[in-house]
Design a protein around this ligand. Structure first.
Ligand code: XMP
Length: 326
Protein backbone atom coordinates (compact mmCIF):
# COMPACT_ATOMS: atom_id res chain seq x y z
CA UNK A 1 0.00 0.00 0.00
CA UNK A 2 1.26 3.47 -0.88
CA UNK A 3 2.28 5.62 2.09
CA UNK A 4 0.08 8.30 0.57
CA UNK A 5 -3.13 6.34 1.02
CA UNK A 6 -5.03 6.56 4.26
CA UNK A 7 -5.73 3.01 5.46
CA UNK A 8 -9.47 2.34 5.82
CA UNK A 9 -8.75 1.05 9.33
CA UNK A 10 -7.33 4.41 10.44
CA UNK A 11 -9.51 5.90 13.15
CA UNK A 12 -10.63 9.47 12.78
CA UNK A 13 -8.90 11.72 15.35
CA UNK A 14 -11.75 13.41 17.17
CA UNK A 15 -10.63 13.54 20.81
CA UNK A 16 -7.64 14.72 22.82
CA UNK A 17 -6.96 11.09 23.74
CA UNK A 18 -6.76 9.99 20.10
CA UNK A 19 -4.66 13.06 19.31
CA UNK A 20 -2.21 12.21 22.09
CA UNK A 21 -1.88 8.65 20.77
CA UNK A 22 -1.20 10.04 17.27
CA UNK A 23 1.36 12.49 18.66
CA UNK A 24 3.18 9.78 20.61
CA UNK A 25 3.40 7.52 17.56
CA UNK A 26 4.49 10.36 15.26
CA UNK A 27 7.16 11.57 17.68
CA UNK A 28 8.67 8.08 17.83
CA UNK A 29 8.56 7.74 14.03
CA UNK A 30 10.01 11.21 13.46
CA UNK A 31 12.89 10.51 15.86
CA UNK A 32 13.62 7.24 14.06
CA UNK A 33 13.47 8.90 10.62
CA UNK A 34 15.45 12.03 11.49
CA UNK A 35 18.06 10.72 13.93
CA UNK A 36 20.54 13.51 14.67
CA UNK A 37 20.02 15.37 11.37
CA UNK A 38 18.50 18.81 10.87
CA UNK A 39 15.06 19.54 9.43
CA UNK A 40 13.99 22.71 7.67
CA UNK A 41 10.40 24.02 7.68
CA UNK A 42 8.74 27.03 6.06
CA UNK A 43 6.50 28.13 8.91
CA UNK A 44 3.70 30.38 7.66
CA UNK A 45 1.79 30.42 10.93
CA UNK A 46 -1.18 28.68 9.30
CA UNK A 47 -2.71 25.64 11.00
CA UNK A 48 -0.88 22.92 9.10
CA UNK A 49 2.67 24.25 9.19
CA UNK A 50 2.20 25.26 12.83
CA UNK A 51 1.09 21.76 13.82
CA UNK A 52 4.02 20.23 11.90
CA UNK A 53 6.37 22.64 13.70
CA UNK A 54 4.95 21.77 17.12
CA UNK A 55 5.20 18.02 16.40
CA UNK A 56 8.81 18.35 15.25
CA UNK A 57 9.77 20.54 18.20
CA UNK A 58 8.43 17.80 20.46
CA UNK A 59 10.29 15.12 18.50
CA UNK A 60 13.66 16.69 17.70
CA UNK A 61 13.71 20.10 19.44
CA UNK A 62 16.36 22.42 18.05
CA UNK A 63 17.23 20.10 15.17
CA UNK A 64 14.20 21.71 13.55
CA UNK A 65 14.96 25.03 11.86
CA UNK A 66 11.79 27.04 11.16
CA UNK A 67 11.90 29.84 8.63
CA UNK A 68 9.12 32.40 8.82
CA UNK A 69 9.07 34.66 5.78
CA UNK A 70 7.18 37.90 6.30
CA UNK A 71 6.27 38.88 2.75
CA UNK A 72 4.30 41.91 3.88
CA UNK A 73 1.01 40.30 2.89
CA UNK A 74 0.18 38.69 6.24
CA UNK A 75 -2.68 39.75 8.49
CA UNK A 76 -2.23 42.13 11.37
CA UNK A 77 -0.39 40.48 14.27
CA UNK A 78 0.52 37.25 12.46
CA UNK A 79 4.32 37.54 12.27
CA UNK A 80 4.38 38.69 15.90
CA UNK A 81 2.31 35.68 16.95
CA UNK A 82 4.59 33.23 15.13
CA UNK A 83 7.58 34.70 16.99
CA UNK A 84 5.75 34.73 20.33
CA UNK A 85 4.44 31.16 20.11
CA UNK A 86 7.38 29.40 18.52
CA UNK A 87 10.42 31.34 19.66
CA UNK A 88 9.29 32.61 23.06
CA UNK A 89 6.91 29.91 24.26
CA UNK A 90 8.16 26.76 22.50
CA UNK A 91 11.82 27.76 22.41
CA UNK A 92 12.07 26.81 18.75
CA UNK A 93 14.95 27.48 16.45
CA UNK A 94 13.17 30.17 14.40
CA UNK A 95 14.61 32.32 11.67
CA UNK A 96 12.43 35.36 11.02
CA UNK A 97 12.97 36.92 7.62
CA UNK A 98 11.66 40.43 7.07
CA UNK A 99 11.22 40.38 3.30
CA UNK A 100 8.48 43.02 3.20
CA UNK A 101 10.34 45.59 1.08
CA UNK A 102 11.65 42.94 -1.24
CA UNK A 103 8.17 41.58 -2.05
CA UNK A 104 6.45 44.96 -2.25
CA UNK A 105 9.18 46.36 -4.52
CA UNK A 106 8.82 43.37 -6.87
CA UNK A 107 5.03 43.78 -6.89
CA UNK A 108 5.04 47.54 -7.44
CA UNK A 109 2.99 48.49 -10.49
CA UNK A 110 1.95 44.87 -11.24
CA UNK A 111 -1.82 44.63 -11.63
CA UNK A 112 -2.45 41.29 -13.35
CA UNK A 113 -3.68 38.78 -10.71
CA UNK A 114 -1.84 35.74 -12.08
CA UNK A 115 1.40 37.69 -12.49
CA UNK A 116 1.06 38.89 -8.89
CA UNK A 117 0.60 35.29 -7.70
CA UNK A 118 3.61 34.12 -9.75
CA UNK A 119 5.83 36.88 -8.36
CA UNK A 120 4.82 36.10 -4.78
CA UNK A 121 5.34 32.34 -5.24
CA UNK A 122 8.70 32.70 -7.02
CA UNK A 123 10.01 35.29 -4.56
CA UNK A 124 8.99 33.07 -1.66
CA UNK A 125 11.02 30.17 -3.05
CA UNK A 126 13.98 32.52 -3.64
CA UNK A 127 13.94 33.87 -0.07
CA UNK A 128 13.55 30.37 1.35
CA UNK A 129 16.37 29.08 -0.86
CA UNK A 130 18.69 31.86 0.32
CA UNK A 131 17.98 31.00 3.94
CA UNK A 132 18.48 27.27 3.27
CA UNK A 133 21.89 27.95 1.68
CA UNK A 134 23.07 29.74 4.81
CA UNK A 135 22.47 26.59 6.88
CA UNK A 136 24.73 23.58 7.23
CA UNK A 137 23.74 19.98 7.61
CA UNK A 138 20.06 20.14 6.63
CA UNK A 139 18.90 16.72 5.47
CA UNK A 140 15.12 16.97 5.64
CA UNK A 141 12.42 19.37 4.53
CA UNK A 142 9.21 19.27 6.57
CA UNK A 143 5.93 20.22 4.93
CA UNK A 144 2.39 20.76 6.17
CA UNK A 145 0.83 18.59 3.47
CA UNK A 146 -2.57 17.28 4.59
CA UNK A 147 -4.74 14.52 3.11
CA UNK A 148 -6.95 16.77 0.95
CA UNK A 149 -3.75 18.10 -0.69
CA UNK A 150 -2.98 14.55 -1.75
CA UNK A 151 -6.46 13.57 -2.92
CA UNK A 152 -7.27 16.88 -4.64
CA UNK A 153 -4.62 17.90 -7.10
CA UNK A 154 -5.68 21.56 -6.87
CA UNK A 155 -5.36 21.70 -3.10
CA UNK A 156 -6.14 25.06 -1.54
CA UNK A 157 -2.73 25.20 0.01
CA UNK A 158 -0.07 25.02 -2.63
CA UNK A 159 1.88 27.68 -0.74
CA UNK A 160 3.06 25.12 1.82
CA UNK A 161 4.83 23.22 -0.86
CA UNK A 162 8.31 24.55 -1.34
CA UNK A 163 8.84 21.96 -4.06
CA UNK A 164 10.30 24.56 -6.43
CA UNK A 165 13.73 24.45 -4.77
CA UNK A 166 16.70 23.83 -7.10
CA UNK A 167 18.16 20.35 -7.59
CA UNK A 168 21.07 20.76 -5.16
CA UNK A 169 18.59 21.61 -2.40
CA UNK A 170 16.40 18.55 -2.80
CA UNK A 171 15.93 17.42 0.78
CA UNK A 172 14.13 14.29 1.95
CA UNK A 173 10.53 15.11 2.79
CA UNK A 174 8.99 14.86 6.25
CA UNK A 175 5.20 15.14 6.14
CA UNK A 176 3.82 14.00 9.49
CA UNK A 177 0.20 15.11 8.97
CA UNK A 178 -0.20 14.04 5.36
CA UNK A 179 -2.86 11.42 6.17
CA UNK A 180 -4.97 13.77 8.31
CA UNK A 181 -8.01 15.80 7.42
CA UNK A 182 -8.16 19.43 8.47
CA UNK A 183 -10.40 18.86 11.49
CA UNK A 184 -7.98 16.19 12.74
CA UNK A 185 -5.01 18.52 12.29
CA UNK A 186 -6.84 21.03 14.50
CA UNK A 187 -7.48 18.42 17.23
CA UNK A 188 -3.79 17.46 17.15
CA UNK A 189 -2.77 21.15 17.27
CA UNK A 190 -4.93 21.71 20.31
CA UNK A 191 -3.41 18.66 22.02
CA UNK A 192 0.06 20.03 21.26
CA UNK A 193 -0.83 23.22 23.13
CA UNK A 194 -1.08 25.65 20.22
CA UNK A 195 -3.30 28.70 20.89
CA UNK A 196 -6.94 28.53 19.76
CA UNK A 197 -6.64 31.44 17.36
CA UNK A 198 -3.91 29.54 15.53
CA UNK A 199 -5.62 26.14 15.64
CA UNK A 200 -9.06 27.41 14.54
CA UNK A 201 -7.73 29.95 12.08
CA UNK A 202 -9.80 30.43 8.91
CA UNK A 203 -8.20 29.46 5.59
CA UNK A 204 -5.82 32.10 4.25
CA UNK A 205 -4.45 32.03 0.70
CA UNK A 206 -0.71 31.67 0.10
CA UNK A 207 -0.49 35.07 -1.66
CA UNK A 208 -2.20 36.46 1.42
CA UNK A 209 -3.56 39.99 1.39
CA UNK A 210 -2.04 40.35 -2.08
CA UNK A 211 -5.21 38.91 -3.69
CA UNK A 212 -7.41 41.25 -1.62
CA UNK A 213 -5.55 44.46 -2.43
CA UNK A 214 -6.76 44.32 -6.03
CA UNK A 215 -4.73 45.57 -8.96
CA UNK A 216 -1.28 47.02 -8.31
CA UNK A 217 -0.55 46.80 -4.56
CA UNK A 218 0.34 50.02 -2.77
CA UNK A 219 1.53 50.28 0.83
CA UNK A 220 -1.22 52.67 1.91
CA UNK A 221 -3.99 50.49 0.48
CA UNK A 222 -2.38 47.42 2.01
CA UNK A 223 -2.43 49.16 5.38
CA UNK A 224 -6.15 49.99 4.96
CA UNK A 225 -6.74 46.34 4.10
CA UNK A 226 -4.81 45.05 7.11
CA UNK A 227 -6.57 47.40 9.53
CA UNK A 228 -10.08 46.77 8.17
CA UNK A 229 -9.48 42.99 8.22
CA UNK A 230 -8.37 43.24 11.86
CA UNK A 231 -11.57 45.12 12.77
CA UNK A 232 -13.73 42.56 10.96
CA UNK A 233 -11.99 39.65 12.69
CA UNK A 234 -12.26 41.33 16.08
CA UNK A 235 -15.98 41.98 15.65
CA UNK A 236 -16.72 38.48 14.33
CA UNK A 237 -14.89 36.97 17.32
CA UNK A 238 -16.70 39.24 19.77
CA UNK A 239 -20.08 38.38 18.27
CA UNK A 240 -19.64 34.59 18.14
CA UNK A 241 -19.32 34.39 14.35
CA UNK A 242 -15.65 33.42 14.14
CA UNK A 243 -16.28 29.68 14.39
CA UNK A 244 -19.51 29.80 12.36
CA UNK A 245 -18.38 31.51 9.19
CA UNK A 246 -15.85 29.62 7.10
CA UNK A 247 -14.02 32.59 5.62
CA UNK A 248 -14.47 36.31 6.22
CA UNK A 249 -12.22 39.14 5.19
CA UNK A 250 -12.09 42.56 3.58
CA UNK A 251 -11.00 43.69 0.15
CA UNK A 252 -9.70 47.11 -0.82
CA UNK A 253 -10.11 47.66 -4.58
CA UNK A 254 -7.90 49.98 -6.58
CA UNK A 255 -10.45 52.69 -7.20
CA UNK A 256 -11.86 55.57 -5.22
CA UNK A 257 -15.17 57.35 -4.82
CA UNK A 258 -16.22 60.71 -3.45
CA UNK A 259 -17.23 61.16 0.14
CA UNK A 260 -17.66 63.95 2.62
CA UNK A 261 -15.87 64.40 5.92
CA UNK A 262 -15.95 67.42 8.25
CA UNK A 263 -17.85 69.39 5.61
CA UNK A 264 -15.20 68.72 2.94
CA UNK A 265 -15.27 66.42 -0.05
CA UNK A 266 -13.01 63.38 0.13
CA UNK A 267 -11.72 61.03 -2.54
CA UNK A 268 -11.06 57.70 -0.85
CA UNK A 269 -11.25 53.90 -1.20
CA UNK A 270 -14.16 51.63 -0.38
CA UNK A 271 -13.71 48.54 1.82
CA UNK A 272 -15.65 45.46 0.73
CA UNK A 273 -16.64 42.82 3.30
CA UNK A 274 -16.89 39.17 2.20
CA UNK A 275 -18.18 36.43 4.53
CA UNK A 276 -18.94 33.01 3.09
CA UNK A 277 -19.67 29.47 4.12
CA UNK A 278 -18.62 26.42 2.14
CA UNK A 279 -17.73 22.76 2.54
CA UNK A 280 -15.05 22.39 -0.09
CA UNK A 281 -14.43 25.95 -1.43
CA UNK A 282 -15.83 24.85 -4.83
CA UNK A 283 -19.15 26.56 -4.13
CA UNK A 284 -19.97 29.03 -1.38
CA UNK A 285 -22.98 30.77 0.11
CA UNK A 286 -23.06 34.24 1.60
CA UNK A 287 -23.56 34.55 5.33
CA UNK A 288 -26.57 36.34 6.70
CA UNK A 289 -24.79 38.74 9.04
CA UNK A 290 -27.05 40.76 11.38
CA UNK A 291 -27.59 44.19 9.84
CA UNK A 292 -26.79 46.00 13.12
CA UNK A 293 -23.43 44.26 13.26
CA UNK A 294 -22.66 45.26 9.67
CA UNK A 295 -23.56 48.85 10.58
CA UNK A 296 -21.29 48.72 13.62
CA UNK A 297 -18.38 47.29 11.60
CA UNK A 298 -18.97 49.96 8.93
CA UNK A 299 -18.90 52.67 11.56
CA UNK A 300 -15.61 51.40 12.96
CA UNK A 301 -13.95 51.02 9.56
CA UNK A 302 -14.90 54.46 8.25
CA UNK A 303 -13.74 56.12 11.47
CA UNK A 304 -10.66 54.04 12.26
CA UNK A 305 -9.14 53.20 8.88
CA UNK A 306 -7.24 55.90 7.06
CA UNK A 307 -8.14 56.55 3.43
CA UNK A 308 -11.54 54.80 3.50
CA UNK A 309 -14.92 56.48 3.05
CA UNK A 310 -17.34 53.62 2.22
CA UNK A 311 -18.04 50.04 3.26
CA UNK A 312 -19.83 47.54 1.01
CA UNK A 313 -21.04 43.98 1.65
CA UNK A 314 -20.50 41.41 -1.10
CA UNK A 315 -23.76 39.46 -1.58
CA UNK A 316 -22.44 37.22 -4.35
CA UNK A 317 -22.43 33.41 -3.96
CA UNK A 318 -19.85 31.19 -5.68
CA UNK A 319 -20.68 30.73 -8.49
CA UNK A 320 -20.66 33.32 -9.92
CA UNK A 321 -18.14 35.14 -7.73
CA UNK A 322 -15.02 33.34 -6.53
CA UNK A 323 -14.38 33.58 -2.78
CA UNK A 324 -11.35 35.83 -3.29
CA UNK A 325 -11.56 38.87 -5.53
CA UNK A 326 -8.48 37.94 -7.57
P1 XMP B 1 -11.61 31.06 -4.82
O1 XMP B 1 -11.26 32.52 -4.76
O2 XMP B 1 -11.00 30.38 -6.02
O3 XMP B 1 -10.91 30.41 -3.54
O4 XMP B 1 -13.09 30.82 -4.71
C1 XMP B 1 -11.19 29.12 -3.04
C2 XMP B 1 -10.33 28.94 -1.79
O5 XMP B 1 -8.94 28.92 -2.15
C3 XMP B 1 -8.25 29.98 -1.50
N1 XMP B 1 -7.31 30.54 -2.48
C4 XMP B 1 -5.98 30.31 -2.51
N2 XMP B 1 -5.18 29.59 -1.68
N3 XMP B 1 -3.31 30.18 -2.96
C5 XMP B 1 -3.86 29.55 -1.92
O6 XMP B 1 -3.13 28.94 -1.16
C6 XMP B 1 -4.02 30.92 -3.82
O7 XMP B 1 -3.49 31.50 -4.77
C7 XMP B 1 -5.43 30.98 -3.58
N4 XMP B 1 -6.46 31.60 -4.22
C8 XMP B 1 -7.59 31.32 -3.53
C9 XMP B 1 -9.32 30.97 -1.08
O8 XMP B 1 -8.90 31.76 0.04
C10 XMP B 1 -10.47 30.07 -0.77
O9 XMP B 1 -10.35 29.51 0.52
Amino acid sequence: MSANVRPSSMQRITTAELANAFIEKQVAELRAQIGTSKVLLALSGGVDSSVVAALLIKAVGKQLVCVHVNHGLLRKGEPEQVIEVFRNQMDANLIYVDAVDRFLDKLAGVSDPETKRKIIGAEFIRVFEEEARKLDGIKFLAQGTIYPDIIESDGVKAHHNVGGLPEDLKFELVEPVKLLFKDEVRVVGKALGLPDNMVYRQPFPGPGLGVRCTGAITRDRLEALRESDAILREEFAKNGLAGKVWQYFTIVPDYKSTGVINGKRSWDWPVIIRAVNTKDAMTATVENIPFELLQHITDRIIHEVKGVNRVLYDLTPKPTGTIEWE
